[in-house]
Design a protein. Structure first.
Length: 252
């Protein structure tokens, strides 16, 4: 009887030890759970291409006279050169400012003077700190060569909407209102050397006007039209002005 009791005691001691080990294993999951494996993903990065790597030898802008007998097509042929092709030939625009190298089509304006070999090219930059670069070029040999006429950045206020020359001397640069001039319509009488604001009355009930370049009759440049969009607090109105004296006066 005493031997049986001792055997039972030994049996319970061994059974208790086994149960303790099983509980120990299950209470420490790090012994049984494998750690997740992390792999570094490959990130594809592309460096921005430089201007010289861009294939920018393409069309930037195209202009033509109303009669379609003259065309002016502007290309970028390198990071530092702009090429103009016209009926008269091909030549480079002698740009010299950094922003001109990257001018976009929305910032290029041109005027082809009817019944002459004169053309005008106006380049503008994107606005920066309230200042927009503006350079005016002229060709007097139907596009065979171009020359800088004037840097008019400090003269023309607002965002340019277009340029028009009715002849070799008389020209207009129109802009949307964004500064001191309430109706930014600028005129030159000396071929772009000097500019002044051409006064346009603002109708009652409106605050300012956005000007658009005048359009002249190619057969009679004394006749022309001018569009002004007048803006009020909650309304706008487009008014068409007309001239019969070559743009000296405009009447609605």
């Amino acid at each position: 009887m005493k031997k049986l009791s001792i055997a039972l005691i030994v049996f319970f001691i061994l059974l208790s030890g086994c149960t303790s080990e099983e509980k120990g294993e299950s209470s420490n999951p790090s012994l049984t759970l494998s750690q997740p494996t992390f792999t570094q993903s490959t990130v594809m990065s592309t460096q921005p291409t430089t201007a010289s790597e861009h294939k920018e030898d393409g069309l930037l802008a195209s202009f033509s006279s109303n009669s379609q007998d003259k065309q002016l097509v502007l290309y970028r042929n390198s990071v530092s050169s702009l090429t103009v092709k016209t009926n008269g030939g091909t030549s480079n625009v002698p740009i010299s400012k950094d922003w001109e190298k990257y001018v976009v089509k929305e910032s290029i304006f041109a005027s082809i003077v009817p019944n002459s070999n004169v053309s005008w090219l106006l380049l503008t930059s994107e606005p920066s700190a309230g200042q927009m670069g503006k350079t005016l070029y002229k060709s007097k040999d139907n596009g065979k060569s171009w020359a800088l006429v004037n840097d008019i950045s400090q003269v023309i206020d607002g965002y340019v909407t277009g340029v028009t020359f009715s002849d070799d001397k008389n020209g207009w640069v129109a802009a949307s209102q964004h500064g001191t001039e309430l109706v930014p319509l600028y005129r030159t009488k000396d071929g772009g050397k000097s500019w002044s604001v051409q006064s346009i009355d603002i109708p009652k009930g409106y605050q300012y006007g956005n000007a658009y370049p005048p359009i002249f009759n190619e057969k009679d440049t004394k006749q022309g039209t001018l569009k002004i969009e007048f803006v009020g607090i909650s309304n706008t109105e487009s008014v068409e002005f007309k001239t019969t004296d070559g743009g000296e006066t405009w009447k609605s």
